[in-house]
Design a protein around this ligand. Structure first.
Ligand SMILES: *Cc1c(COP(=O)(O)O)cnc(C)c1O
Length: 395
């Protein structure tokens, strides 16, 4: 890992072309290193179980989805027809009528959240943005970019927003309205905010716009008992974000931003591309749209449901095993993030665990197997044993 701005000497880009063999060796070494490590990456939500190399032809064409997925443009290098199919499918999973939804494939969950929050802020120009202390750190960046006041509401010990405090804070903002970010699957503890309760509590400020950050759990919740209640099923929800490189698994970072069409009136005309453009960027990865369309269509809703159930079952398996080795694991409802006592540093490093203060977590996305969880638990047991033996006063 490199911590400085200067590159490794063997990677320096020179004045003259480098020998092709050397470059290929560098890339192959990189690929095999990543592959070797993938099975033990437990702490991060990107599903690494996928293969797209049979679609390598995509690497020899340029695919750029400039402007709205629904708009024509003159470049002839777009895959917007596939992007629209992705948006339609995701809108249905989120309990919306696809005909009433504007959406597009973004560079990641953070852009999709920024898009939704911007729509809420446009609708309610005097409102502050409210989110919980467990909301994703990029929400601060978004609020800063929009020069909008951000009010951070406490969360409870499991990571869900304290709705009573939200209500108190909104009472002090009577008449201004409220743009509330509700998280469905927090990054650290997998907690879901109660969207109905949030919408109700925030009415103390006046009109309410809820943006749902389902970056983590947007492809899990639609396959649980919450399926009919979540997302756009609630009338206060104006927009929603789902990261696609997490539960699904993708070779490129991407997400889907969805928004009720009536919130997207500010249609910017990109004169140069002769397409309408309400997105936050100009050029967008068409490669991501093609791969997403392919991955979703190949699994279908049934395959995605199996993925989600496997992840939820695997999380319960991890809780059982971690319990046996005395690390106090716990799991929020409908969550794939297993939280437990922070282990020794070498264990965190070997299994790429995410840590926060006194706890660590693992996320049971597709590449996480019972074997690796067992391996982790063996390491935790061995570490506990060596500490017991080393403890002073033992004799
Ligand atoms: C991962 C995540 C994000 C950010 O999404 P990226 O796709 O990594 O930009 C936002 N919110 C939550 C809850 C997340 O888990």
């Amino acid at each position: 890992m490199y911590w400085s701005n200067s590159s490794h000497p063997s990677l320096r880009i020179d004045r003259f072309p480098a020998p092709e063999e050397d470059l290929l060796t560098q890339v192959e070494t990189f690929v095999s290193g990543m592959r070797d490590e993938a099975p033990v990456v437990l702490g991060y939500p990107g599903n690494l179980d996928f293969s797209f190399s049979h679609l390598a032809g995509l690497l020899d064409i340029f695919v750029n989805n400039v402007g709205d997925p629904g708009s024509q443009e003159t470049s002839a290098v777009s895959a917007k027809h596939m992007e629209r199919a992705v948006v339609e499918f995701m809108a249905e999973l989120a309990n919306a009528d696809p005909a009433a939804i504007y959406g597009y494939v973004t560079a990641g969950g953070s852009e999709a959240n920024l898009f939704g929050l911007d729509r809420g802020c446009a609708l309610l120009p005097d409102a502050a943005i409210y989110c919980s202390a467990d909301a994703h750190y990029s929400i601060r960046k978004s609020a800063r970019l929009m020069r909008r006041e951000l009010v951070v509401v406490n969360s409870d010990r499991y990571g869900s927003m304290d709705v009573a405090q939200l209500h108190q804070l909104c009472r002090r903002a009577r008449g201004r309205g409220a743009v509330v970010l509700a998280t469905v699957g927090t990054t650290m503890t997998g907690a879901s905010d109660d969207v109905a309760a949030i919408a109700e509590a925030a009415t103390a400020a006046g009109e309410v716009y809820v943006h749902v950050d389902a970056a983590l759990n947007g492809l899990i919740i639609p396959f649980t008992e919450e399926r009919d209640r979540w997302g756009f099923a609630h009338p206060s929800v104006g927009s929603l974000a789902v990261s696609m490189h997490k539960a699904l698994g993708m070779p490129v970072a991407c997400a889907v931003a969805l928004c009720r069409s009536e919130m997207v009136q500010t249609r910017v005309e990109g004169e140069y591309i002769s397409a309408t453009d309400a997105t936050l960027s100009c050029s967008r990865s068409g490669l991501a749209s093609v791969l997403l369309w392919y991955a979703l269509a190949r699994k279908g809703a049934a395959g995605l449901a199996r993925n989600a159930w496997r992840a939820l079952d695997m999380a319960r398996y991890a809780v059982d095993r971690l319990q046996q080795v005395g690390t106090n694991p716990w799991l929020n409802p409908l969550s794939i993030v297993v939280v437990f006592d922070r282990p020794a540093e070498w264990v965190c490093r070997r299994f790429h665990l995410a840590t926060d203060g006194s706890y660590a977590h693992l996320v049971t996305v597709g590449h996480v197997t019972t074997d690796v969880i067992d391996e982790l638990c063996d390491a935790l047991a061995a570490d506990a044993e060596s500490r017991r033996l080393a403890a002073p006063g033992r004799r």
